[in-house]
Design a binder for this molecule. Structure first.
Ligand SMILES: C[S@@+](CC[C@H](N)C(=O)[O-])C[C@H]1O[C@@H](n2cnc3c(N)ncnc32)[C@H](O)[C@@H]1O
Ligand code: SF4
Length: 458
């Protein structure tokens, strides 16, 4: 592999993460609950036809100091019950406006820690969704779990409720690192947890690791990656720790002097990549890895990989996303809408009106075209203008005009061996995927010269 820290530094400038296009920083408070219902009605006539549902459970019994998710330390049982009632009411409200001939292909529970609340609540919400919607033949029903609260019986119960995908936060296998980030250790050895998940036929089992946490070194991170591989999950993610103590004040409680600097973090990224790819895992983007038998790797080969706020998914299962719960972001074909991030404000709004939109964004036709192009480059490292044109119902020349495409802008990447143009189609090499954000930026005509509000691209 010729990718070195020097190479990455060359391309390491500021730019959007393209988790969504336009990015969440463009969402406006002028978009309110009153705008959301017509947007849901319009989504029935848009694509994809299938429905993805996101349910956000913000509760965690103990807050890890590194965490950047929307979480709250354990609230009273009464407050959790009240929250579940709100989520049920929100589902009922939105479901009234969704065409019932459409089918649910995907449900994702995130948080927070959805497996830390009473499992009767997981069953109750799942039953409500089942009573309101039809499902595709093989829906993916996924849950993010912390192993600190996961028992063998819990895993059996998750399967009975209908879950068939699990993502587990490992972060680090070393108890000293977990202590340094105020994280509870797993309740059961992860080997046992993995066995039980497999016995229950869970697929796409994912483990999250994080690099850049206090006490971690390049060597200790390599050990983490090897331990994760030895557990043989279907997927492994290596997240770069995002240290933004001015946004997440809990992060101030960790010892900054014991965290790896940017150079060491780049070495961790590259070492993780090398160990994973030398041990049978395929890179899905630069920090996500999957076994060749996993749906994500298969989708990548057939250029059908997709991404939403919940992470990578396949075009086959991805629907328009309807999100429920505090801070959840709905991703419809031409609308983004985010719920109130404050738990109490969310519940008050739902109890009053059944909806709790804090901000949102209505995409123009041009923006939906740019989004398709950027998603395709970011996920599949590939661009066929005819395919995109078919998807967005215009011509390939219109797609090129809207994205201000000019093949000469790719020349520096072609010279570095990161991009090839074959029969007019753009192919990003596996090395090029390390700098794919830089390549995607070329197709974003709305990007202003000032990208200082964004993070570094690598
Ligand atoms: C909602 S949490 C996972 C579920 C569960 N609560 C747990 O801790 O295992 C989603 C993932 O985001 C990642 N994450 C959280 N905060 C992060 C941060 N500041 N930087 C990078 N990754 C982070 C962690 O790897 C975590 O597993
Ligand atoms: S990492 Fe997981 S358990 Fe820890 S605070 Fe974040 S969401 Fe909660």
């Amino acid at each position: 592999m010729k990718v070195t820290p020097e190479f990455l530094n060359k391309y390491n400038k500021t730019g959007p993460r393209y988790t969504s296009y336009p990015p969440a920083t463009s969402f406006s408070p002028k978009f309110t609950s009153a705008d959301f219902i017509p947007a849901v009605a319009a989504s029935n006539r848009e694509q994809p036809e299938s429905i993805s549902i996101y349910v956000h459970i913000p509760f965690c019994p103990q807050l890890c100091h590194f965490c950047g998710c929307n979480t709250t330390a354990f609230e009273s049982a009464a407050k959790i019950r009240r929250y579940i009632d709100c989520v049920l009411k929100e589902i009922d409200t939105v479901a009234q406006h969704i065409d019932k001939s459409r089918k649910v292909s995907q449900i994702h529970w995130g948080g927070g820690t959805p497996n830390s609340i009473n499992f009767d609540y997981l069953a109750e919400i799942t039953e409500r969704i089942k009573s309101l919607f039809q499902f595709t033949d093989n829906p993916e029903i996924a849950i993010e779990c912390s192993p600190a609260y996961l028992t063998m019986e819990d895993i059996d119960r998750l399967a009975v409720i209908g879950f068939n995908r699990v993502s587990m936060g490992i972060q680090d296998f070393n108890p000293e690192v977990l202590k340094a980030i105020n994280r509870r250790p797993p309740k059961f050895p992860i080997e046992q947890v993995m066995d039980r998940l497999r016995q229950n036929n869970f697929k796409g089992i994912n483990l999250d690791l994080v690099y850049g946490l206090p006490l971690q070194t390049l060597e200790s991170f390599k050990e983490n990656v090897k331990k994760a591989i030895a557990l043989s999950p279907d997927r492994i993610v290596t997240f770069s720790y995002a240290h933004v103590p001015w946004v997440n004040s809990n992060q101030k409680k960790m010892d900054e002097t014991r965290m790896a600097g940017p150079e060491e973090k780049l070495q961790m990224l590259l070492a993780g990549y090398e160990i994973m790819t030398n041990n049978g895992y395929e890179a899905i983007g630069m920090d996500h890895f999957a076994k060749p038998t996993d749906n994500l790797a298969i989708a990548k080969h057939s250029k059908k990989l997709h991404r939403n706020f919940q992470g990578y998914c396949t075009r086959e299962t991805t629907g328009q996303v309807y999100a429920f719960g505090t801070s959840g972001i709905s991703q419809l074909w031409s609308t983004y809408a985010q719920n109130l991030k404050n738990l109490n404000q969310y519940m008050d709004a739902i109890e009053a009106t059944g909806l709790a939109i804090e901000r949102g964004y209505s995409l123009t036709k041009e923006e939906t075209v740019i989004r398709e192009v950027i998603n395709e480059v970011m996920c599949n490292g590939y661009l066929n203008f005819d395919d995109i044109a078919q998807r967005v119902k215009c011509t390939a020349d219109e797609v090129k005009a809207i994205t201000a495409y000019d093949s000469t802008m790719l020349l520096p990447f072609i010279e570095d061996g990161l991009v090839k143009i074959i029969d007019g189609n753009i192919h990003v090499s596996s090395d090029g995927m390390f700098v794919v954000r830089n390549i995607a930026m070329l197709f974003d005509p709305n990007l202003t010269n000032s990208t200082s509000q964004f993070s570094k691209t690598v």
